[in-house]
Write a protein that binds this ligand. Structure first.
Ligand code: SAM
Length: 421
């Protein structure tokens, strides 16, 4: 075992209250050494741990997580902190919920959840996975949906879809819109909406479109025309009902009975919000035991623009989304927004509760966001307990939308851990 200190001892916290072990290193393998040093923040020193904490030799995540979203984190990340800092029935929160990785993982583990995101797509992607229908229910509902071949989209989508596929997508869009407008959208409809939203565009015949970028990163119609020319391709028919069913089967493939019971129990108390993370009045003060989150990283990812086609399918005004979500141009703007987020997190966090705030590795790791985040949490009233750097070794290097897996063949998650004392 690596010679890592027990966090409970390190932080002088009360281990008795929790059934779960709270040692940061308790399921580490011998091959993963942890190094430790100190970072100076103002007058205090904060411990920094570097190691491979949750990737190697860890259990596989639930299939329910497998929906794509820009800059989402792996479920092992929230799992790691939920296991150590909460017990069953505690509330786990994510103010920048995205696809809902924290919420789904917490719910699978029997924790109560609150998830917020300025983009309404987040709720569409998350909500039905908290109460998944059976495959048979999905199949029967799909059979009942009437497709009308004459239907056309109100915008030109011919560069993405063949005309019959387009009419199926528009039929589905209208069906779901009618259900929603008449207040009749149930969990099976919501599930179909979530899966269809995920199948709109992609790089394989498993998606509705001709070869293109994934659905969380839809290109403009003009760019798609160029892709088609370059690849000498044109859209072919896709059986949308069959593809929805296939993806549903895969999402539901590893959900155990115990997990379904946990989800059902948690779903009725789940709080799903679509607010600016700085202003979440619906969340009770001092109610959250643990927040696990990753904020938007400066202006690297365009959460609104990249999702234009998903927004079209769901009748969401993409410009309104763009106005809500944070696209900070400079580190100064970013820290001002995050300062407001930390004030709100302090309000909602219980005494003794925790915040695990993940910042990516951006601009070739020259900008260490964790060093900007530490004073923000401290100014809001938290104590900064540690910085955890999870270093995952890659066999090849890659550079995804500016969040870089660096030259040494590693990728890191950098998490600043705060506590409300
Ligand atoms: C890095 S992503 C979170 C991904 C998430 N951890 C996951 O695994 O899917 C950041 C999210 O913050 C949302 N967002 C950006 N600015 C926001 C704000 N001011 N308030 C609430 N959400 C915001 C974006 O819509 C995006 O979904």
């Amino acid at each position: 075992m690596p010679a890592g200190p027990n966090l409970a001892t390190l932080l002088g916290s009360d281990d008795q209250k929790y059934r779960q072990p709270r040692d940061l290193f308790d399921d580490e393998s011998e091959e993963s050494p942890v190094t430790e040093d100190l970072i100076q923040v103002g007058k205090s020193e904060v411990r920094r741990f570097v190691g491979e904490f949750w990737t190697s030799g860890q259990r596989q995540a639930s299939s329910l997580h497998e929906v794509s979203y820009r800059a989402c984190f792996k479920p092992q990340l929230p799992h790691y902190f939920i296991k150590r800092f909460t017990k069953e029935g505690d509330t786990v929160y994510d103010p920048f919920g995205g696809r809902g990785t924290t919420a789904v993982e917490a719910a699978l583990m029997g924790r109560r959840i609150i998830s917020n995101d300025g983009n309404p797509l987040s709720r569409i992607l998350l909500s039905p996975r908290l109460c998944p229908p059976s495959l048979m229910e999905v199949e029967k509902r799909l059979e009942a949906i009437k497709y009308r071949k004459s239907l056309k989209a109100d915008i030109d989508l011919s560069m993405f879809y063949d005309s019959e596929t387009e009419s199926e997508i528009v039929s589905l869009k209208r069906f779901l819109q009618d259900k929603s407008e008449t207040g009749q959208e149930d969990i099976v409809d919501a599930w179909i909406r979530m899966v269809a939203t995920n199948r709109l565009t992609g790089h394989s015949p498993g998606f509705f479109s001709v070869y293109t970028f994934p659905p969380n990163q839809a290109v403009s119609p003009e760019s798609q025309k160029k892709i088609n020319e370059r690849r000498k391709q044109k859209p072919e028919y896709r059986d949308t009902k069959e593809l929805i069913l296939r993806k549903s089967r895969s999402l539901l493939s590893k959900v155990t009975t115990e997990q379904r019971v946990n989800l059902q129990r948690v779903y009725q108390f789940a709080q799903l919000l679509t607010e600016d993370a700085r202003n979440t009045r619906a969340i009770r003060s001092a109610s959250v035991q643990l927040t696990v989150t990753s904020p938007p990283f400066l202006d690297i990812v365009e959460y609104a623009g990249d999702n234009w086609l998903r927004c079209w399918f769901n009748g969401i005004d993409v410009d309104a989304v763009a106005r809500t979500i944070t696209m900070a141009k400079s580190i100064g703007d970013w820290t001002r927004v995050m300062g407001g987020v930390f004030k709100e997190l302090y309000r909602v966090t219980k005494l003794g509760g925790w915040v695990a705030f993940e910042v990516g590795e951006i601009r070739n790791a020259t900008l260490k966001l964790e060093e900007h985040v530490m004073p923000l949490g401290i100014d809001a009233g938290f104590s900064c307990e540690a910085v955890l750097i999870n270093q995952q070794t890659f066999t090849k290097t890659s550079n995804l939308w500016g969040v870089k897996n660096n030259e040494a063949g590693t990728n890191s998650n950098r998490i600043v851990i705060f506590r409300r004392q």
